[in-house]
Design a protein. Structure first.
Length: 177
């Protein structure tokens, strides 16, 4: 086996990415404090053809040197928008027929592997603050609460890891349905 060179990967350039059909998913970052996490979400969103990222509350926005370190240019390819209030954004997206999905450990949450998607629907996936999670009022306003199953001694995953797990799962489900 031989590792491939970057030139052999057949990656899209930014202009091609902008024209490529995206999966019907937007990401909402609800008060994310780590610039590295924000950059990682941009990079993961680029990898899985996410339509847009909404940066809410205290979540920093590009251009930012620390975000760029982990985004590696994905802030140029993935569309994004800043919104001060996550609850207001959720309401606006619901008016546009988005299914709102909070990624959170909560009563009656759906385990990720059991979360069924429909290609005819649009989804807004919310990831919350590294310490406090998704705001309760946002969880309460969501159509679904989805939880990533975990089997070890820890009770949470880093937001960038959660984002990778969830977006890969949704990408597979939406591309295969």
């Amino acid at each position: 086996m031989r590792k491939l060179k970057n030139s052999e990967l057949g990656r899209l350039n930014v202009a091609e990415f902008k024209k490529t059909a995206k999966i019907p998913v937007v990401v909402i970052l609800d008060n994310i404090r780590s610039l590295n996490n924000i950059g990682s979400v941009f990079r993961t969103s680029d990898a899985f053809l996410i339509k847009k990222i909404y940066l809410c509350g205290i979540t920093a926005t590009p251009p930012n040197k620390e975000i760029h370190k982990t985004a590696l240019g994905a802030t140029e390819s993935v569309d994004w928008e800043y919104c001060q209030d996550t609850s207001v954004l959720v309401n606006e997206l619901q008016q546009k027929n988005y299914e709102i999905v909070a990624i959170e450990q909560a009563e009656n949450s759906t385990s990720l592997e059991n979360f069924a998607v429909n290609n005819s629907k649009k989804y807004a996936i919310i990831f919350g603050n590294e310490v406090k999670g998704v705001q309760q009022k946002v969880v309460s306003a969501s159509n679904y609460c989805v939880e990533i199953p975990q089997f070890g001694t820890k009770h949470s995953l880093n937001i960038s890891v959660s984002c990778g797990v969830v977006l890969w799962d949704l990408f597979k489900k939406l591309k295969l349905s």
